[in-house]
Each structure stands twice: as C-alpha cells, then as structure tokens.
Write a protein that binds this ligand. Structure first.
Ligand SMILES: [Cu+2]
Length: 356
C-alpha cells in the first residue's frame, strides 16, 4: 500500500521514469549554423533538399506528443491530452488526497483503538462501480479512435516499406516499381572526400537520410510494411504511425498527411547492433512535386504515358505535371546513383546476415 502511495505521489509530480526521460534529440539548429552546401553537386542528388520546419516532424526536446499532421493523429492527440491526461490527474489527485486524509484521520494519536470493520456494502459497490465506469469512459473514445485508425479510405498511392538490417527500402508499385534505398547520412567528419554527408537541410543528426520517402500531401497513402530479415518497426511520430515490420508478413497501415513538410521517425523495434542508425524521413510534397520526384528517380506516374500520347485529350493534373518534369529531370542522372545503391545494398545486407 505504501509503495502504491509513493507511486501515485511520484506520478502526480511527473517524476516517473517515463516522464523523466531526457529529450530524444537536440533541437534542430538553423541552416546558418553550418556553411551552405550545394546539394546539387553532391553524388546522387537530383533535387534540392527541403529543410525540416523547426518543431514540426522533428523531436525538439519538448515533452508531449509531436505536432500531428494527420486527422487520426490529431484525434489521438486530443484523446490523450484532453481526456486521458485529465482523467489520470484527477484520479491521482483523488487517491493522493484520500491517502493523506486516512493518514491524518486514523493516526495513532487521534485514533488509539483501531476500527474492526471489515465490510461496508455501499463502499464496496462504489469502489467496484467507479473503476468500471472510468474504464468505460476510456474504452468508448479509444475504440472509436481504433475504428478510425483501422478503417482506411481508398488509397491514392501505395508504398511498400521494407526493413533491413539496418536501412529501409521503399517500393512504389504504382509508379513503375520504383524502389529507393534509404540510409542514414553520416556526419561531415565521418565520410571520405567526395562522399555525401549530413547538412542541416537534411535534418538532425541520426535522423537525416540520403533518400527520403516522398509522398504527396493531401492524399491517402497506404503503407505495406514488411522486413527482409528480423523484426523492425516503422515508426513516425508526427504521422501517428508505428507498425511492426515482420519478415514473411505484410502489415498494412495508412496516412493522409495534410501539409507538406519533412517528418522524421526511427526503427522502433530492437533489431540488432545498428538498430539506432536506421532513421526514417518522409517528405510530403505537392502532387506536382511528387510527379517530378518520381520522374527524377526513373519511375512513372499512373496515367502519365497515355497523357503523353499526341491524340489524348483529357488528362489529370498529375500526368500534366509528370511529363514536363520527366523531360527536365531525367538528364540529371540522379537515379543512376540511387540504382547503384539499390543493387549494392541487398548484397551488403546478405553479408551482414551471414556474419550474424
Ligand atoms: Cu530495425
């Protein structure tokens, strides 16, 4: 009982181990902190890098849930902040005051002969019913949130997310089976001359990657999550996403990001020695920019080819954007480096598996 009392006191004071955790990563520094780097001159770079917005999509030391960029995320955040936290605080304060009252009221000095009561029917009914009602009050919005989360609308785009020891592969089956390999960017001092290194535009240390997953903002994106080796977990806090990547199993999740931006996450399942070095970076862009990015990587937009034919009439904004973008960006030879990486990485991966 004493132990429970202390646990409640600590919880009320916000001193539980979970609450006392240090911030995950330092606040992102401004772009001025490092000398400007021309990304277009770096190997494998076809497009300029969009820097993350401070405080959005990146951990910045603040407590609480990251700024949410999906409807589901905002619903979950409101449930957590406006309901669960309030309920926890009220229950903690109530139990703490009850404890204080009992310690004062029934102290030996004021109450030398202890009470011999063992039953009180009314009290027993109340302390059984009240917790049941509290659980029901939590379960109703919780199940509603789960229903929203697991009722995906029709997907506009599918991305297959594959965890590998220790990097991510993203496949775009709707875009000509485009595949990109995403590795963490090393710091300037850790790379050989001529190799690409992390800059502030790429994102914070340990989160910035060489190839971001690019998705269109405002569209429903279905993520099919799996793994090539061990269990990983695809976790992106700003998108309210965390889905296990299990070998031999396809898990499905989805997100509709409503604002363009860069959102970082990490593998959230202990997956081996370099588990801490396989970050996730998702860049949500306009539909036109997405089409341009797909073209720059050698992929195709659904319907882009018919639109390019001279006799076609009606075409969607997607295909209109994709065709000129393809014409502009393909000579950059950006995809070549990405393709080389895509070929090389699985071989490295096999070597790593063999060693283990
Ligand atoms: Cu992992």
């Amino acid at each position: 009982m004493k132990l429970i009392g202390w646990a409640i006191v600590l919880a009320a004071a916000g001193l539980t181990p979970a609450a006392a955790q240090a911030p995950q990563a330092p606040a992102p520094t401004t772009a001025a902190a490092q000398p400007a780097v021309d990304h277009s001159k770096m190997p494998g770079m076809a497009m300029p890098v969009t820097p993350p917005t401070p405080g959005i999509g990146v951990p910045d030391g603040r407590k609480g849930i990251q700024f949410q960029v999906t409807d589901i995320g905002r619903e979950a955040q409101a449930f957590h902040d406006n309901w669960l936290l309030v309920l926890c605080a009220v229950i903690s304060a109530f139990v703490l005051s009850l404890l204080g009252y009992a310690m004062w009221r029934f102290r030996r000095g004021a109450h030398p002969v202890p009470s011999r009561n063992t039953h009180n029917t009314l009290l027993e009914v109340v302390w059984t019913l009240v917790p049941v009602l509290i659980l029901v009050a939590i379960a109703i919005p919780s199940i509603k949130l789960l229903r929203h989360q697991y009722s995906p609308p029709k997907a506009d785009l599918t991305v297959k997310v594959i965890g590998n020891q220790w990097y991510w592969t993203y496949q775009y089956p709707d875009n000509g089976d485009l595949e990109i390999v995403s590795n963490m960017l090393k710091e300037r001092g850790d790379v050989k001359p001529g190799e690409r290194f992390r800059t502030d535009a790429d994102g914070p240390p340990l989160l910035a990657v060489d190839e971001r997953m690019v998705i269109p903002a405002g569209k429903v994106v279905k993520f099919i999550v799996t793994s090539n080796d061990v269990i990983h977990s695809f976790g992106v806090p700003a998108l309210w996403q965390k889905m296990d990547a299990n070998p031999g199993q396809l898990n499905e999740t989805w997100a509709k990001v409503d604002r363009p931006g860069v959102y970082f996450g990490q593998c959230s399942e202990l997956c081996g020695a370099r588990h801490g070095y396989m970050p996730i970076a998702i860049e949500a862009v306009s539909q036109a920019k997405f089409a341009a990015w797909v073209a720059s990587k050698g992929g195709t937009m659904p319907g882009a080819r018919p639109a390019a034919a001279p006799d076609s009439t009606g075409s969607s904004p997607v295909s209109e954007a994709a065709v000129p973008a393809a014409a502009q960006l393909q000579p950059n030879a950006g995809p070549a480096a990405a393709d080389a990486a895509a070929v090389k990485q699985p071989a490295l991966n096999q070597a790593a598996t063999a060693q283990n």
